[in-house]
Design a protein around this ligand. Sequence first.
Ligand code: UN1
Length: 512
Amino acid sequence: MRKTKAILQRIPRREPMKGSHFINGRWGRSTHNGKCFENRDPANGQLLSVYPEATRQDVDEAVQGARKAFDLWRKVAVAKRGEILLKAMRLLEERKEIVAQAMTREMGKVLAETRGDVQEAIDTAFYYAGEGRRLFGQTTTSELADKFAMSVRMPVGVCALITPWNFPMAIPSWKIFPALLCGNTVILKPSSLTPDSARHLVEVLQEAGIPEGVVSLIYGSGATVGIWLTEHPGVDLVSFTGSSLVGSKVGETCSRTFKKCGLEMGGKNAQIVMDDANLSLALEGALWGAFGTTGQRCTATSRLIVHENVFKEFSEQLIARAESLRVGSGLDPDVQMGPMISDAQRTKVHHYVQIGKNKDGATLLTGGQILCKGEYERGFFYAPTIFHGTSEMTIAQEEIFGPVTVLISVKSFEEAIRVLNHSAYGLSGSIYTQDVNRVMRAIQDMQTGITYINAPTIGAEVHLPFGGVKHTGNGHREAGTTALEIFSEWKAVYIDYSGKLQKAQIDTHGAE
Ligand code: UN1
């Protein structure tokens, strides 16, 4: 504890930065008398920066600029667009440490994780830069002679990207880079809890040579700016990551206004531990999956489904390890779990803990407390929390988004899979077992978009599809080649070089 304090004292206090929107290639504060909001360090309450809230006029200007820029950007050679992404990637590599530190300050997670977050954006830029020399369509034959057919990808238009605070750079990068590569223009509206990270990302794009209006960055709340963007007639596509509650509203508005819409929402991810598992490996996985990012990941392990034969041993070890986790400022290299993002989020988590104890009747095995003494006084810290419960309980069904996990004991592999699937969500799932038949059956039967074998529920890589089934998503996937599906439209092209009118379906069969 004393060590953390000493480290925090060494961090120079600086004047809060005054941030601005980036609209039509210019950084500037709202000229329309918008309000401002504060960005504070969740570990100690320090004021880091002040940002403007966009007004409706700011949103209109950004959309108009993006519409105008679209006509130019869609015609820029795809390889050239890829080169700009590559430049942005290099700049991000140079700034990785500065950006990671800024991210830990505003978001709270430990430096090793914010470095990983920036690295994920670097990897994503690299991946889609390469796509600049692929972006494959298909060539195929025609059913008619002297006729050729192919499919090509077309950009969609103006994309509004609404992103959360838990991966302040990786998640925006999953959207921005493929969207730009496909020839779209974008307006990013990041969470108001992590404005600095978004600014760093847009700065590297600007310095890499993104033309005016192609990328805009506007700040403000989801309830105002998010809704204005989603309803705006000048926006063609909305890509949203956040809660299922908000996502369903975004989806409704998009369908009413005929927009393409990608939704990446909640999770209630489970790790299964079978009685033949390598228990120490399963334990490491559970700790990382449940308490990494202070449990604030959509892929966090919020349920641990453990075979009864190893339940006692596994839960005892898990409790001991959770209790020895070092909680504190994410800037302290010895700390393993940082603060929660905000007081509101911590209050929500604590409320779920009361539900677990009082309404559900679950057994609280460790944690369940707000940490507020000594070094924790001015931050939003919460103790790593483990319940023993059953699958029907509210705490085993609803997304908590904090350092809380529920142990559930099962008697068999079949029951473990049934419990894992007993969820409204279907993002990530994991199983620890040495039995190849169980592995194959788990891959087949888990109702999740991401399935891990002998690995935790977190840790997706950028070249594979990211997303989930059931209430987690609406059928789209981020990352990999799958992101190209949302950010482009297919066009089928037929080229008839016969010099005569040929009728499909008729000329091919009419003579019979
Ligand atoms: C999230 O869970 O909110 O898979 C995103 C992971 C990271 C991204 C997580 N690459 O853990």
